[in-house]
Design a protein around this ligand. Structure first.
Ligand SMILES: Cc1ncc(COP(=O)(O)O)c(C=O)c1O
Length: 396
C-alpha cells in the first residue's frame, strides 16, 4: 500500500478537508463502513440469544471480532470485553475492584479526565490515597519518582500517550515496577492502539482501555476493556443482568465465565464488527508504516512551528512524541486560531482537551491541537504551515 495515497482513496473525506483532529476521533475507511452495512443489511440479529441462522451469524461475527481485537493487542479471547469507549472501560475498572481506606493509587499529572476522575472518586469514597508521579512540563515522567511512589501501591494507572502533549510514556518500565510491587497496572491506551504496537503482556497490563473510534479507525460507541485473566477472581462486573449469568433463582445468581460475565445486555454488535474491520485495515497497512508516517508529519509540523516562533508543547525528543502537536499563537485564544484554520478547511481541536490539570500546570487556558493519522500527508502539513505563516505575519 502506498502511504498515504492508497489510504486516502479509501477515505472520501480526505478529499474534502484537511482533517487534523484524529486525537478526538478518526475518519472512517470504506471497508469499515461496508462491514457494518453488511451486518445491518444482511444478518441483523441479536447475539447469544437465538438458534435461528441470523442470530448464529451475528454471534459468529461478533465473537470473531473479539478474536481480532485479542490478537491485535496480544491478549486471550476471553480477556477482551466490549464497552462503549475508553471512559467507560476505565470507570468499570474503578467500580469493579474492592477498595479500602489507605489503598494507594498512583497516576501521572498528564492523565485525561477519564483516567483521573474515577480514581479521585475512589479516593473520596473509600479514603484511598491518590499519588501523582513527578514529571516535567514537556510531559516526561520522572521514573525514579515513579519507582518510589509505586512501592506499596494497590493500583497504578498511566496513559500510554498523552492526548494533550503527545508524549509517549514508558509503560513497559512502569508496568514492570507495578508488577514487582504486586500492584494492579491499568493502561489508558486511547491514543496508542492503532497508532503504534501495543502488546498487553509486554507492558504488563492488568487492565487496558481503548476506544474503537480513534486509532483503530472503527466507529464511535464501541470500546475495549482488556482484563488480564489473573484479575477475573478479584474484578466484579459492575453491571450485571442479561447475558452475564450461568444460573438464576429468585434469591440469587451465579455468574458465567468471562468475557460474557462482563457484558451485561445487548452489546454494540455492529460497532464490534466495525472495530474489527478497522483493525484489519490497520494491519493491512502495517503499524510500522503508520508510526513512520506520523513521525514524519510531527517532525515537519514542529520544525515549521519552530521556524515561525510558534510555541508548541510536548517532548523536544521526537522519538517520544506521538502524532499529536499542541501549540498556541499568543495573544490569540486557541478557539480563534481553530476558527481561522477552519476557514481554510483545516480541522483541528482547541481547548483543554479534557486535561485541565495539564493546562493549569502550563498556565494556559488551552491549546490548539493538530493530530494525525496515517492518511494525513506532508502536503497537508505544508498547507497548514502556510496558513500559520500568514496568521503570524498578520499579528506582527
Ligand atoms: C488519553 C485519553 N484517554 C481517554 C479518552 C477518552 O476516550 P473516549 O472519549 O473515547 O471515552 C481520550 C479521548 O480523547 C484520551 O485521549
Amino acid at each position: 500500500m502506498r502511504i498515504p495515497e492508497d489510504v486516502r482513496k479509501d477515505i472520501p473525506l480526505t478529499q474534502e478537508v484537511i482533517y487534523f483532529d484524529n486525537t478526538a476521533t478518526s475518519l472512517t475507511p470504506i471497508p469499515v463502513v461496508k462491514a457494518m452495512d453488511e451486518y445491518y443489511l444482511k444478518y441483523r440479529a441479536n447475539v447469544h440469544r437465538g438458534v435461528h441462522k441470523l442470530s448464529q451469524m451475528a454471534t459468529h461475527k461478533y465473537e470473531e471480532s473479539r478474536k481480532t481485537v485479542a490478537d491485535f493487542i496480544g491478549a486471550k479471547f476471553e480477556e477482551i470485553v466490549f464497552t462503549k469507549n475508553t471512559s467507560e472501560s476505565l470507570n468499570l475498572v474503578a467500580l469493579g475492584l474492592e477498595w479500602k481506606k489507605g489503598d494507594r493509587i498512583v497516576t501521572t499529572p498528564y492523565e485525561h479526565h477519564s483516567d483521573l476522575l474515577p480514581w479521585q472518586r475512589v479516593a473520596r469514597k473509600y479514603g484511598a490515597k491518590l499519588e501523582i508521579i513527578e514529571g516535567d512540563d514537556e510531559g516526561n515522567l520522572d521514573l525514579s519518582d515513579a519507582e518510589k511512589k509505586i512501592k506499596g501501591a494497590k493500583l497504578v494507572a498511566v496513559q500510554h500517550v498523552s492526548n494533550a502533549l503527545g508524549v509517549i510514556h514508558e509503560v513497559e518500565e512502569i508496568g514492570k515496577m507495578a508488577k514487582e510491587e504486586g500492584a494492579i497496572f491499568v493502561v489508558d491506551a486511547a491514543q496508542s492502539v492503532g497508532h503504534m504496537e501495543v502488546d498487553v503482556r509486554k507492558i504488563h497490563a492488568d487492565f487496558l482501555a481503548f476506544s474503537g473510534h480513534k486509532g483503530p479507525l472503527g466507529p464511535t460507541g464501541i470500546g475495549v476493556l482488556y482484563i488480564n485473566e489473573e484479575m477475573f477472581d478479584i474484578f466484579e462486573p459492575p453491571l450485571i443482568g442479561g447475558g452475564t449469568i450461568e444460573d438464576v433463582d429468585l434469591c440469587c445468581y451465579k455468574l458465567t465465565a468471562p468475557p460474557e460475565r462482563y457484558e451485561a445486555g445487548t452489546p454494540n454488535i455492529g460497532g464490534a464488527i466495525g472495530l474489527a474491520a478497522g483493525i484489519k485495515y490497520i494491519e493491512k497497512i502495517g503499524l510500522d508504516k503508520i508510526e513512520k508516517q506520523e513521525h514524519e508529519l510531527v517532525k515537519r509540523t514542529t520544525e515549521g512551528l519552530t521556524e515561525l516562533e510558534i510555541p508548541w508543547y510536548g517532548p523536544r525528543n521526537l522519538k517520544k512524541h506521538a502524532g499529536v502537536v499542541s501549540f498556541n499563537v499568543p495573544p490569540l485564544h486557541p478557539h480563534d486560531v481553530a476558527a481561522i484554520l477552519d476557514e481554510h478547511n483545516i480541522m483541528v481541536r482547541s481547548g483543554h482537551h479534557c486535561a485541565l490539570p495539564v493546562m493549569k500546570r502550563l498556565g494556559i487556558n488551552g491549546t490548539v491541537r493538530a493530530s494525525f493519522h496515517v492518511y494525513n500527508s506532508i502536503e497537508e502539513v505544508e498547507t497548514f504551515l502556510g496558513v500559520m505563516e500568514e496568521l503570524v505575519k498578520s499579528l506582527r
